[in-house]
Write a protein that binds this ligand. Structure first.
Ligand code: C2E
Ligand code: MG
Ligand code: MG
Length: 642
């Protein structure tokens, strides 16, 4: 027979001290705000409470501390509840380690029944005066219920362990074996504790040791820290994103990228840029306050939160707050920022898709968005990005094969009352044989440094068409070719065009070039090229007049031969929405420039320019842009040429 030993609370007090030290250490380290880490911290605190209340309870029950009977009951109830919560939290922790969220509902809610049953029984038992470690009766609760609930929860812990080991595929096999081993230790501690004669709560120190081993086995917190800035890194971000998807947790993330960082690296000192990126992390941290900051590529930062409104507010704050010029030692670094809003509503979007969006935010796509614009990462933007890649591919193919489809739109002379000119409009098809909007592929070519080659190809095709069809024998006097403002910045443009025209025996005087007003990037270079083109004998038209933002008078100062009134201006004038043209036309004509009106679709449009004394008309009224053969036939018929 065992003699009843006095209760030994030293084990539990020692455990409390050990756990407090651990709490301190874990607390001092920068922790990823992940579910796993939160549950771990909660478990640590619960275990401290568990051991503390166990020790106090034992002392109260053994009479080492004298309290009123009601207080004794209360302590016992408190102790039972804490043990119960500690157990549940441990199981949740195990589930979260394995990211078994779908099991979470099934197992936790269904499986918690035996646990709840045990909890209830234990509380009743405590109220009826049980003594920790040395049961002295079960307070009126039949023995079998007590045993059954104990056995049930024992089985439940085994079931959870087996589930985690089998389905927790995201953990390495070693880690799963370790969990199996630790939980076996825990079960053994239960058994040992129920043996008679054991005079302390074995489960307390055992659970503490298990918790410590979990800490050793988990990913080191340093693994998630970015060395350069001290904020969280890419791995941390991936972990958090993964977690949110697994638990279908609503996520809103603001991504901030330094625009065109690669160019900055070429132009500025690396040390200064590192300093800049550190400071930027700090500024973001200051602004975002409670949300965590992640640096997810050399120049991209992410701020993870839950509310969409907050992302918008943060964006507005940052837009005003982040410096556009950094003065670092003797260097001035101009910086533009790109902002993206990644939104995940907890629906069935897969992790891959989110990663794709994040990758989109991490890469440069010059000119595609306005600087400072908040870009919403949605399905559209991805298809847009894919489409852009496809279009670029088509452009590259066209340049390689030197093949390009062109359509011609006739231009009607008011004076001569016949077609005297044409505009060359390039055409390109996508993989599905649908025409791509020319403005779009020109834009893509511009952004990907292909516009010079593409522009030359278009010019060559136009010359080839003119020479093969002898168009200047059909009453046609000029041929208008569009050029991008970027081409105007190329100092070899004039000589290249002269050379190509020469190859096809086309006099340069026959060539008119159309340039748009809105995007003059380097006005001086553009002006020089325009002057050179005109000096060589070509003429220059300003396209899309009335759509750009430049001042009208500024435009008139440019060395130009023609002004091409944009169709939107023609249509709005026709609709009575503005009267600019009444004042403008005389000024343009007084400057000696001729006027082409575009978008002429009706008799009314023609009437307007008859009254305003326009020189040339172009539009669907006469004809849409036509393929080569059809155009030639059209002109022959219109100009009565056999
Ligand atoms: P743009 O140079 O202003 O060309 C006129 C556009 O207006 C053409 O559209 C033409 O089809 C359209 N248009 C002409 N008359 C009418 C009309 O009466 N009604 C309507 N609704 N539309 C009319 P398209 O061919 O789609 O070209 C669009 C733009 O793409 C061009 O505007 C030009 O900026 C650019 N583009 C086209 N080809 C080239 C090229 O070879 N090089 C360059 N740099 N840009 C080009
Ligand atoms: Mg044009
Ligand atoms: Mg136009």
């Amino acid at each position: 027979m065992f003699t009843r030993m006095p209760y030994n609370f030293h084990f539990e007090m020692g455990t409390v001290i050990f756990l407090l030290l651990m709490l301190f250490v874990v607390f001092c380290k920068k922790r990823l705000p992940s579910r796993i880490m939160k549950l771990y911290m909660i478990h640590l605190i619960l275990l401290i409470l568990f051991n503390l209340s166990g020790a106090v309870c034992g002392m109260v029950n053994m009479g080492i501390i004298q309290v009123a009977p009601a207080m004794q009951t209360l302590w016992n109830v408190f102790d039972t509840i804490v043990s119960y919560l500690t157990m549940i939290n441990y199981l949740l922790y195990l589930f979260s380690l394995a990211y078994l969220c779908n099991f979470r509902k099934k197992y936790i809610y269904i499986g918690m029944f035996p646990m709840a049953f045990l909890g209830l029984v234990a509380v009743i038992r405590a109220m009826f005066g049980a003594v920790v470690c040395m049961p002295v009766g079960h307070g009126g609760v039949p023995e079998w219920i007590y045993v059954a609930s104990g056995v049930l929860s024992f089985i439940y812990l085994i079931a959870v362990t087996v589930t985690v080991i089998i389905y927790g595929k995201r953990m390495s096999i070693r880690y799963r074996v370790l969990i199996g081993f630790l939980n076996t230790m825990l079960l053994a501690a239960y058994v040992v504790q129920s043996l008679e004669g054991v005079n302390f709560r074995v489960i307390g120190p055992t659970a503490a040791i298990i918790l410590f081993i979990h800490y050793l086995a988990m990913q080191s917190p340093d693994f998630y820290i970015d060395n350069l800035t001290g904020v969280f890194n890419q791995s941390a971000f991936a972990e958090m994103l993964w977690q949110n998807v697994r638990y279908q947790k609503k996520t809103n993330c603001l991504l901030v990228r330094i625009n065109d960082y690669n160019t900055l690296v070429r132009l500025h000192e690396y040390e200064h840029l590192s300093y800049l990126r550190r400071q930027l992390a700090e500024m973001l941290d200051d602004t975002a306050r409670t949300s965590s900051i992640y640096r997810i590529s050399s120049s991209t930062y992410a701020i993870l939160g839950q509310e969409a409104d907050r992302v918008k507010r943060l964006y507005e704050l940052l837009l005003a707050y982040l410096p556009k010029r950094w003065e670092i030692e003797d260097e001035t670094i101009p910086v533009e920022y790109c902002y993206y809003h990644l939104q995940y509503e907890g629906e069935d979007v897969d992790f891959e898709k989110l990663t794709e969006w994040v990758n989109y935010a991490r890469s440069d796509h010059k000119g595609h968005h306005q600087p400072g614009e908040l870009i919403h990462l949605e399905y559209d933007i991805m298809t847009e990005a894919e489409y852009q890649r496809e279009v670029l591919h088509q452009i590259e193919e066209a340049i390689l094969d030197q093949s390009m489809e062109i359509h011609m739109q006739p231009v009607y002379s008011m004076e001569k009352q016949k077609i005297t000119s044409l505009e060359v409009l390039s055409r390109m098809k996508d993989e599905n044989q649908n025409y791509i909007n020319p403005e779009y592929f020109i834009h893509v070519a511009e952004n990907n440094h292909r516009i010079l080659q593409l522009g030359e190809l278009i010019f060559r095709r136009a010359c080839m068409f003119a020479s093969q069809n002898q168009i200047f024998d059909l009453g046609i006097e000029y041929m208008n070719v569009n050029i991008s403002p970027i081409q105007c910045q190329d100092e070899h443009l004039t000589e290249n065009f002269i050379r190509i025209a020469g190859e096809f025996d086309i006099p340069v005087e026959r060539i008119h070039l159309e340039i748009t007003e809105s995007e003059f990037q380097d006005p001086q270079a553009v002006e020089q090229t325009l002057a050179r083109l005109r000096k060589s004998g070509m003429q220059v038209a300003l396209d899309d007049f009335g759509t750009g933002c430049s001042t009208l008078l500024g435009v008139l100062e440019l060395p130009l031969d023609y002004v091409k009134i944009d169709k939107s201006l023609v249509w709005s004038y026709d609709a009575g929405e503005n009267r600019f043209l009444d004042d403008l036309m005389p000024v343009i004509r007084a400057e000696g420039k001729k006027v082409i009106a575009e978008g002429i679709e009706t008799e009314d449009h023609i009437e307007i320019f008859r009254r305003l004394k326009g020189d040339f008309l172009q539009g669907y009224y006469f004809s849409k842009p036509l393929p080569e053969r059809e155009f030639v036939n059209f002109v022959k018929e219109f100009n009565h040429i056999e």
